[in-house]
Design a protein around this ligand. Structure first.
Ligand SMILES: O=C(O)CCC(=O)C(=O)O
Length: 264
């Protein structure tokens, strides 16, 4: 099927290059890449498990995204957040019981202790603006097609996850939600199963596919569209960063989101 992810080209999976080569060959030309085994020396690779996280943070109440009617958001109000005791969430995942919840939280706000288990990355070059999210979900947990302003290194700690990516220059293909909607950086297109009668411009979209394994870092360039689905139970932390004039834009965007009470 045209635009289907079965025909997507694979993102290259390479040994970690020097920070200079990473900058010149991937960040500057805006090219996604998987850096194989780039974080195998992080303490998180040894310690993070459902038992460990439950033991340390089980009593903490965290925001959780709930999928309703197949969607994690509505275009007006944004993502559907509820709250859950983190220990209960770990139990749900450990039991393998079907549910429609996804823990995706800002590390600095909810679980700052997790920073002790990761190492600074030379690839991000001591950035003036950085954010991280922690992602924990059962097999088949999805995040719809969207894009983010910062550069992104996505660190896979446990399990496998599939990403589909689309070049930022092809935004016209994704029917993005309006700037004043509750999800201005999201698209209604399901890149895995596009409904081409509703979204004909998506036909033939040249998707890239990346499957990350434990120890990998996936580079998602700034403003590239991406959609994620965990292939197994999956635990990850990402590192968003920016340098230069885009730092001011990110700060303004955060202010705008705070004023509109958007948590994307
Ligand atoms: O892991 C996911 O579900 C999505 C990750 C993502 O969208 C991101 O890091 O920007």
């Amino acid at each position: 099927m045209s635009g289907s992810f079965e025909s997507a080209a694979e993102v290259p999976r390479i040994s970690p290059p020097s920070p200079e080569s990473f900058q010149a060959e991937f960040v500057e030309p805006s090219r996604p890449v998987i850096l194989r085994g780039a974080i195998t020396d992080w303490p998180a690779m040894q310690s993070w498990s459902l038992e460990y996280l439950k033991e340390r943070f089980g009593e903490r109440e965290l925001p959780v995204v709930r999928e309703k009617g197949g969607l994690h958001y509505d275009a007006r109000g944004g993502l559907h957040y509820e709250r859950i005791l983190f220990g209960d969430y770990c139990d749900l995942i450990a039991d393998g019981r079907p549910h429609d919840l996804y823990v995706t939280v800002r590390v600095d706000e909810q679980l700052p202790e997790l920073f002790d288990d990761i190492r600074p990355l030379a690839y991000t070059a001591d950035p003036p603006w950085a954010r991280s999210r922690f992602w924990l979900g059962a097999a088949d947990t999805k995040l719809p097609l969207h894009r983010d302003l910062p550069e992104n290194l996505y660190a896979q700690i446990r399990g496998r996850k599939q990403f589909l990516l689309l070049d930022k220059r092809l935004t016209r293909m994704v029917y993005r939600h309006a700037f004043y909607s509750g999800v201005p950086n999201y698209s209604p297109v399901d890149a895995e199963q596009p409904d081409l009668s509703r979204h004909p411009r998506f036909r033939g979209a040249p998707l890239l596919r990346a499957v990350v394994e434990p120890g990998d870092l996936l580079y998602i360039p700034s403003m590239w569209w991406h959609q994620a689905r965990s292939l197994t139970m999956s635990m990850s932390i990402n590192l968003w960063w920016l340098h230069g004039p885009r730092v001011a834009i990110a700060r303004l965007a955060e202010l705008y989101m705070r004023l509109r009470k958007l948590n994307l």
